[in-house]
Design a protein around this ligand. Structure first.
Ligand SMILES: Nc1ncnc2c1ncn2[C@@H]1O[C@H](COP(=O)(O)OP(=O)(O)O)[C@@H](O)[C@H]1O
Ligand SMILES: [Mg+2]
Length: 214
């Protein structure tokens, strides 16, 4: 399966999601290619600290050319996209089975959503297998309780068969940042954060099951 972690708002948690997804899939014994499509190179630094093979770096238009020949060699590919509407993000979306889109529940993230939907709609026109999963990331301790759910329904587009809001939020937790710094997923990081482990596992399991079923 090909996963992109995309969206066009900086700091929403894309690279953190990509790194955790990479480890989640590897822990299942799957052969996973990490692909860094963001000039900020957070995913590459993560892999460097992890002391494993560096990801394939594709920052420009040649993503398709570089990635296509490798697809058959891996069970999964995880592409970390940069936080803007770039040629590499567009290309990644035309290949992907799943696009995970972290959305921080804040006005400045919300304001990018129409552009995000536009990008997804265009990509889905070429790539009808694409499924998009928007989820809240970096939520405060109230998570999805109370008003956040209600507010979300005001500004998120209604779900379609291929583009859905997944009510499995990722909290704003120290463990995510600390784990990244050590080149680890929260699934590995000590001291363990059981809430982080539970929420990230629920989200990735949901996405994996949704795209496998198809
Ligand atoms: N769920 C989270 N909880 C706490 N900190 C987070 C979380 N997700 C990301 N961060 C931190 O926020 C910053 C931006 O995250 P990053 O994954 O690099 O975002 P993006 O790739 O979307 O720009 C980083 O310092 C990261 O450690
Ligand atoms: Mg990033």
């Amino acid at each position: 399966m090909i996963y992109t972690v995309s969206g066009i708002k900086g700091g929403s948690g894309r690279s953190t999601t990509a790194a955790n997804l990479f480890v989640f899939l590897e822990k299942q014994g799957r052969k996973v290619l990490a692909c860094d499509a963001d000039e900020q190179q957070s995913f590459s630094y993560f892999m460097e600290v992890r002391q494993v093979l560096p990801p394939l770096q594709v920052f420009g238009e040649d993503l398709l050319k570089k990635l296509k020949p490798l697809i058959g060699q891996y069970d999964d590919i995880v592409i970390d996209c940069g936080g803007r509407d770039s040629a590499s993000q567009r290309a990644a979306l035309t290949l992907a089975d799943a696009s995970l889109i972290p959305v921080a529940p804040r006005a400045t993230d919300r304001w990018t959503l129409n552009a995000v939907y536009e990008l997804l709609d265009k990509a889905q026109g070429f790539n009808t297998k694409l499924q998009a999963f928007l989820f809240f990331s970096r939520t405060d301790h109230r998570g999805m309780n109370g008003s956040a759910v209600g507010e979300a329904s005001d500004y998120l587009r209604p779900d379609t068969a291929w583009c859905r809001f997944v009510p499995l939020p990722i909290g704003n937790r120290v463990a995510y940042d600390k784990a990244m710094g050590w080149g680890q997923s929260v699934l590995e990081y000590q001291p363990t954060d059981p809430k982080a482990i539970a929420e990230i596992t629920s989200l990735f399991t949901h996405v994996q099951q949704a795209i496998t079923k198809k």
